[in-house]
Design a protein around this ligand. Structure first.
Ligand code: AMP
Length: 192
């Protein structure tokens, strides 16, 4: 199995690159943002709770997010591994992920691929995506700025933990989509 954490600030292209990686290596994408949006669309209790945070650009509390992730990992799949997109976003989630992958899959995280993009480009990309995505958290600059602020306050330090484990790889997230994918593919090939 290959288990990848796809890391980077909002708007760095994690979702887009996850799509290419899952096709190339037959992996399952687990996006906590997508799971929350599914719950919001279906107006579940979890969706209502998540919405109260997402609409402000804040992180949803660790426990609910992690419980949702565990449920997703328990679903049967015949893929070669997982791509975690948008999780972990805190130190507590990083520790939880290590434990969960061990307990549920009897496996480990192999690599953390980090997409590097300047803040100014992130804001431009998110506002542009907001024109078509229908995502309320993409269409307002104040919410976007708060998401970036949350990233630096709570998420950026996750990179340090993967660095300490020798699993952290940075890739320039600005350029053509396929060009960036090729760089990510090359890093995954190295650990296969
Ligand atoms: P994303 O689609 O990954 O940008 O996530 C959209 C929003 O969902 C984030 O701004 C958070 O409010 C929430 N969210 C997604 N993943 C997590 C997570 N791992 N921990 C906490 N909140 C999350």
């Amino acid at each position: 199995m290959i288990n990848i954490v796809l890391f980077g600030p909002p708007g760095s292209g994690k979702g887009t690159q996850a799509q290419n990686l899952i096709e190339k290596f037959n992996l399952k994408q687990v996006s906590t943002g997508d799971l929350f949006r599914f719950n919001m669309k279906n107006d579940t209790e979890l969706g209502k709770l998540a919405k109260s945070y997402i609409d402000k650009g804040e992180l949803v509390p660790d426990q609910v997010t992690t419980d949702m992730l565990i449920d997703e990992l328990r679903k049967p799949t015949d893929t070669n591994g997982f791509i975690f997109d948008g999780y972990p976003r805190t130190v507590a989630q990083t520790e939880a992920l290590e434990r969960i992958v061990k307990e549920e899959l009897n496996d480990k995280i192999d690599i953390c691929l980090s997409l590097i993009v300047d803040d100014q480009i992130l804001v431009e990309r998110l506002l542009k995506r907001g024109e078509t995505s229908g995502r309320t958290d993409d269409s307002n600059e104040e919410i976007i700025q708060n998401r970036i602020k949350e990233y630096y306050a709570k998420t950026a330090e996750v990179a340090e933990l993967y660095k300490q484990q020798g699993k952290y790889i940075e890739v320039n997230g600005v350029g053509g989509i396929d060009e960036i994918s090729e760089k990510l593919f090359a890093e995954v090939e190295k650990i296969k």
